[in-house]
Design a protein around this ligand. Structure first.
Ligand SMILES: Nc1ncnc2c1ncn2[C@@H]1O[C@H](COP(=O)(O)OP(=O)(O)OP(=O)(O)O)[C@@H](O)[C@H]1O
Ligand SMILES: [Mg+2]
Length: 481
């Protein structure tokens, strides 16, 4: 039993007040007061566990008091004693939301039992909430361990990031270097460019990967909520804080915290975060206890923080603390080379997931994909491909017919019919050879002149490919018209 629970007793005669006080103070701290204003101010200033009111005397409106108490401090248990009419019972249950009531012929044993049960019940629900949260965190850790095991089995790094553009290759190299350090990382990039994927890659490749990576989106949250979410709170710290809460920073101790949409935090929360980054310790709301936490911080935002600093909306000193490594992910439209590899990767991934056999993506679709400006970046490409797979017959190619109208409407410079007409050769054999040379040159460029991969992709032997390269006079600086 919780010996420190604080109970207010009010509205009783002096004699009953003494009886109740004598019995209940064996286990609890008791305050006997009858002045409603004093009771409400006490509720505001202390954490009161239970309010026991007697609805007997004319000059003490217990129901009214309980109604106020419910609005201001719903976490305090409300018990009511007295002879009530139907109307009052209805009000007590539905408006004051009392836990239980007893009629005026109560006995002290009855009241003691009721108080014990009510407090026990609340204790159990606190523990339930606390354990649910702990379990959620444990599940997260378990999931991370499974992911780690999986990526170790595949022995790949940043295995979820697909790219072939030089800009992404340089960015991922930098990310790999960042993962070997403990420095904070700031990832900037438009929506859907893969900021979270990179953050996960950095954590997976760091020596913190056997500890949790906890992700939090800072967008649209009040300071109080953000504080309690990240630093934790003690029960009673604010209205609705009915149990202790372990913050994300303490929960991720030894691991990484990824804070998304960092540009959205208020100036006053920027100060709290800065303090945490300087001291490495948190103080949960409503607590005097300081908790040390060793976490690596990765932040992300979809607009350059520089802009906000120059407008005075983001603190420069905090920016310096977050900006250990800065990774700027280019939008998809600025790395056209990635569009085709991503489209093919996503097509295989989702056709497997949807259990659909898709033969491939037609070249017209790929050309249109490369012309489109992808405001939603890879996430938009992902959605487009998922939708196209869903409406494509099994065993067929994804064609223009299943493209979204705004992408289908784009005009490609060269359509497949024009291609044939613009060939220079006279005879059919010459025209076919010209097409063959173009396809080989295109594939060589795509495979960065890796002849084994090119031969495999085109279904040729290495010697066969080498002969054709020689015959058509292709060289590594070859460009495709
Ligand atoms: N290079 C990539 N290779 C494979 N998948 C990618 C790549 N980049 C992004 N994705 C996929 O695109 C989707 C969006 O990525 P992610 O959530 O990491 O983007 P984000 O930048 O965090 O977006 P937002 O700003 O909207 O939060 C995810 O499903 C992710 O797996
Ligand atoms: Mg994100």
């Amino acid at each position: 039993m919780n010996g420190t629970s604080l109970i207010i007793i009010s509205g009783f005669s002096d004699k009953d007040g003494v009886i109740l006080n004598r019995r209940l103070s064996k286990h609890y701290q008791i305050i006997v007061i009858n002045e409603p204003a004093e009771i409400l101010s006490l509720l505001d200033n202390e954490v009161i566990d239970l309010l026991l009111c007697n609805h007997a005397t004319e000059d003490f409106d217990a129901l009214e008091l309980l109604l106020h108490a419910r609005k201001a401090h719903p976490e305090t248990i409300r018990l009511l004693i007295g002879q009530l009419n139907q109307n009052e019972i209805h009000k007590a249950i539905n408006e004051a939301a009392i836990y239980q009531f007893l009629s005026s012929d109560w006995s002290i044993d009855q009241v003691e039992l009721l108080v014990n049960r009510a407090l026990e019940n609340r204790e159990l629900s606190y523990r339930h909430r606390h354990l649910s949260r702990e379990m959620k965190i444990a599940e997260d850790v378990l999931k991370k361990l499974q992911v780690k095991q999986h990526s170790e089995e595949n022995n790949t790094r940043f295995d979820k990031l697909v790219y072939c553009s030089p800009s992404m290759a340089a960015l991922c190299n930098l990310a790999k270097k960042a993962s070997l350090t403990n420095l904070p990382v700031l990832i900037q990039g438009e929506t859907g460019t893969g900021k979270e994927l990179i953050a996960r890659g950095i954590h997976q490749n760091s020596d913190r990967n056997n500890q949790p990576l906890l992700v939090h989106n800072c967008g649209g949250m009040s300071d109080e909520l953000l504080h309690s979410e990240l630093f934790g709170h003690k029960r009673g710290a604010f209205t609705g804080a009915i149990s202790d809460r372990l913050g994300l920073f303490p929960a991720a101790d030894g691991g990484t915290v990824f804070l998304d949409e960092i540009a959205d935090i208020s100036p006053s929360f920027q100060v709290s975060l800065l303090r945490f980054l300087q001291e490495g310790e948190v103080k949960p709301l409503g607590s005097d206890q300081i908790i040390k936490c060793d976490v690596r911080i990765i932040t992300a935002c979809n607009q350059p923080l520089d802009n906000l600093i120059s407008k005075g909306l983001f603190r420069q000193d905090l920016f310096y603390r977050l900006n250990g490594f800065q990774l700027n992910i280019p939008p998809l439209r600025k790395r056209i080379k990635d569009v085709e590899v991503l489209a093919n990767f996503l097509m295989s991934k989702f056709s497997r997931e949807f259990n659909r056999k898709i033969l491939g993506i037609s070249s017209t679709v790929l050309e249109k994909f490369m012309l489109y400006h992808w405001p939603g970046n890879v996430r938009e490409l992902e959605n487009e491909i998922k939708r196209m797979i869903a409406i494509t017959e099994g065993g067929a190619f994804i064609t223009e017919a299943s493209l979204s109208p705004h992408i289908a409407a784009l005009q490609t410079n060269v359509n497949s019919e024009d291609r044939g007409l613009s060939l220079n050769g006279q005879s059919l054999k010459q025209k076919i050879e010209e097409i063959e040379a173009k396809i080989i040159a295109e594939t060589l460029i795509k495979q960065r002149w890796n002849q084994s991969k090119t031969a495999t992709e085109l279904g040729l032997s290495r010697v066969g490919l080498a002969n054709k390269i020689k015959r058509y006079g292709l060289a590594s600086e070859t460009s495709v018209a």
